[in-house]
Design a protein around this ligand. Structure first.
Ligand SMILES: NC(=O)c1ccc[n+]([C@@H]2O[C@H](COP(=O)([O-])OP(=O)(O)OC[C@H]3O[C@@H](n4cnc5c(N)ncnc54)[C@H](OP(=O)(O)O)[C@@H]3O)[C@@H](O)[C@H]2O)c1
Length: 362
């Protein structure tokens, strides 16, 4: 690792670089890191379009709160390896993320990425911190590089995996059918045009159904002997883009071992907690799953911001005439599904000693 990466900054917080800081997910990261107790933003990067500009001019800021002053005047850098921070959060477009993230890892930096590029690499952990924190152990298999790469799943997969985990542990999930209604912020900035999406639903999102199907199996899989054996869960997905700004809704029908009743499923979902809650990580929701009793919930506009957008509201748990149960879940795609999820993973990695040169939390 570069020598300066491990240096303790004056305020004790770990310096973090944000790669692709100007986009939809990068902007959320900038917002979430503004007053973070463990991390401070050391630098921000973008494409050639943004390099050399102050962040406030480069980013087409699309958040309701103002740009944090500490970042507003920072110059956007080229996305090149630097040892100024031992940790980077990557919100790079997948067309460039793969080799760039590898270069950072080879230079001794721990990368927590939102891009799809490395998610299915056999030695790269694909983490939902409440579900499979033990998969961070896969980083041992990356020992050829002094840093490492950890990935965040696809935005719709994260909410699905959070709801399936307690069902899988308690009953066993055999197969499921999921239909998503995904927000426009999931397509980045500028994303889909208003002429395409207003008064419309687009029943296709490139690559999304395949990601839901294979990533779910890896996340629910078992780590043993340095590799993840994917769960033998069959997933059939339909993904739709809908005219909602933030918040992916998913309607799930699931077949479970032992034919449990809706009340039993609701009980294990409501009781579900993970390592982030046990460790008291700064971005961890108190309860990962919130069971909503209303017959018409969850709804994106009403429920996406529960616990800062980090909790997943679940409703309409009921019998299914085809499989065992049906339910509806909602996850905030740029918070729990991207920036907030990767930040929670970075907190877990720091707390568990995976960040090069940093021994635990401040
Ligand atoms: N949006 C979501 O809900 C969501 C959820 C989960 C995962 N993801 C993934 O997260 C990543 C970011 O998504 P997004 O929605 O934030 O996309 P976005 O709004 O299109 O932002 C992409 C970012 O990548 C930068 N970039 C593009 N080409 C580059 C290059 N050649 N060199 C360096 N930087 C480059 C852009 O910089 P400039 O602005 O300077 O061009 C921008 O900062 C993607 O891999 C996406 O698949 C997104």
């Amino acid at each position: 690792m570069p020598e300066d990466a491990a240096r303790t900054p004056a305020d004790g917080r770990t310096p973090v670089g944000i790669l692709g800081a100007t986009g939809s997910v990068g902007q959320r990261m900038v917002g979430l890191l503004a007053d973070h107790p463990w991390f401070r933003v050391a630098y921000v990067t973008g494409s050639e379009r943004s390099q050399g500009l102050p962040y406030r001019e480069a980013a087409r800021w699309a958040q309701s709160s103002p740009i944090p002053p500490a970042v507003a005047h920072m110059e956007v850098r080229a996305t090149r390896v630097t040892g100024e921070a031992p940790l980077v959060l990557s919100a790079l477009d997948a067309s460039v993320a793969g080799p760039v993230e590898t270069a950072f890892a080879q230079a001794g930096v721990l990368v927590v990425s939102n891009a799809r590029s490395h998610r299915m690499d056999p030695d790269v952990p694909l983490i939902v911190p409440e579900v499979n924190p033990d998969h961070l152990g896969l980083l041992e298999a990356q020992s050829a590089q002094p840093g490492g790469i950890i990935t965040n799943p696809n935005c719709s997969t994260i909410g699905l995996a959070l709801t399936l985990a307690p069902l899988h542990r308690t009953f066993g999930v055999r197969r499921l059918h999921v239909v998503t209604l995904q927000a426009v912020s999931g397509a980045g900035i500028p994303g889909v045009s208003s002429m395409e999406i207003l008064d419309n639903v687009i029943p296709f999102i490139a690559g999304e159904e395949e990601k839901l199907e294979r990533e779910t199996r890896k996340i629910l899989g078992q780590l043993s002997n340095g590799e993840v054996e994917p769960a033998s869960v069959q997933v059939s997905a339909h993904c739709n883009r809908v005219p909602v700004i933030d918040g992916h809704l998913a309607c799930v029908s699931v077949e479970l071992e032992g034919d449990p009743k809706p009340e039993a499923a609701a009980e294990v979902m409501a009781a579900f907690r993970g390592r982030p809650q046990g460790l008291g990580l700064p971005s961890a929701p108190r309860r990962p799953l919130h069971l909503l009793p209303q017959e018409d919930a969850p709804q994106p506009r009403l429920h996406r911001d529960l616990e800062g957008g980090m909790a997943v509201p679940v409703g309409r748990i009921r019998d299914c005439p085809l499989l065992t149960l049906r339910y509806v879940l909602l996850s905030h795609n740029t918070l729990r599904g991207a920036a907030g999820g990767s930040l929670l993973t970075a907190e877990l990695a720091l707390a568990e000693g995976w960040v090069p040169g940093r021994r635990g939390t401040p």
